[in-house]
Design a binder for this molecule. Sequence first.
Ligand code: GRG
Length: 296
Amino acid sequence: MTEEALQLLLHRDATVVEHALQKFYEEQEPIGQLLAAEQYSLFAGGKRIRPVLVMEFCKLFGGREEAAIPFACAVEMLHTCSLIHDDLPCMDDDDLRRGKPTNHKVFGEAVAVLAGDSLLAGAFEMTATNTEVTPEIAAIATAYLANSVGRAGMVGGQIMDIEGEHRRLSLDELIKLHSLKTGAFICASCVLGALAAGVSLQDPAMQKVVTYAENIGLAFQIVDDLLDAIGDEATLGKRVGVDTAHEKNTFLCFYSVEEAKRYADRLTEEAICAISDYPDSEALIALASWLAGRNH
Ligand code: GRG
């Protein structure tokens, strides 16, 4: 698939999800500044990688788009929640995200915390009430997603990250941190797409989904570290050099820039290998390659 065709596809998937999210917000009762704060970050122009993974894995297994849309909306809401909370003064203390002032800079810390909380709750409401799949699939997806962002996933990775700031982690610890903090949620996005298409967690095909997801998840984080070190602030829409300033553990503590790029490329090859036998895998193959070479 050409770069142009991939960008068209990403744009199309992202637009479908964005319309669904807009419709959801049009139906909500305003209360205080909550809706405004949620929408400020949700519609600030992220890449929408996780919802695209949901949509494309559903497509790979011949599922209906309608079944994937609520899951895709949910992962973007959860992702946005994690970004709002990550930017807070008590976490990474960032003032720029997606090219705009961070949520707490605009709405204040209390509203930012609550906007994140509300996005989190809304995401699980969205997966649990997905009527385009069976109630059993909705429940399985909800539990899988919850596990991926809780102690065994994102929150667990974040605590390792925070507590690791004061000491040098080993490479194994760093890989574990990121497989929890970023990888588990990326994996859940891919798995929810397959679930929407009716693939069960026990199906051998699901192992291929997980292998693809784990490899692109780790590659994604390596590229994230590279972009913080050598990326361009205007293109990224967030501050660069933050990892060094905070003495964060990153892959560049263990590898040179060139070695880190090669590592990300190797993981990308592994990811591609896991799914390339499927007839309609070109989009996911192109997506994995694009993620490894992205500049934002
Ligand atoms: C929300 C359950 C929950 C917990 C919060 C703050 C926190 C605990 C965890 C931090 C998780 C986090 C923000 C990890 C970083 C992941 C990452 C690389 C984000 C950047 O993702 P992109 O590049 O961003 O997809 P865009 O803006 O394009 O969507």
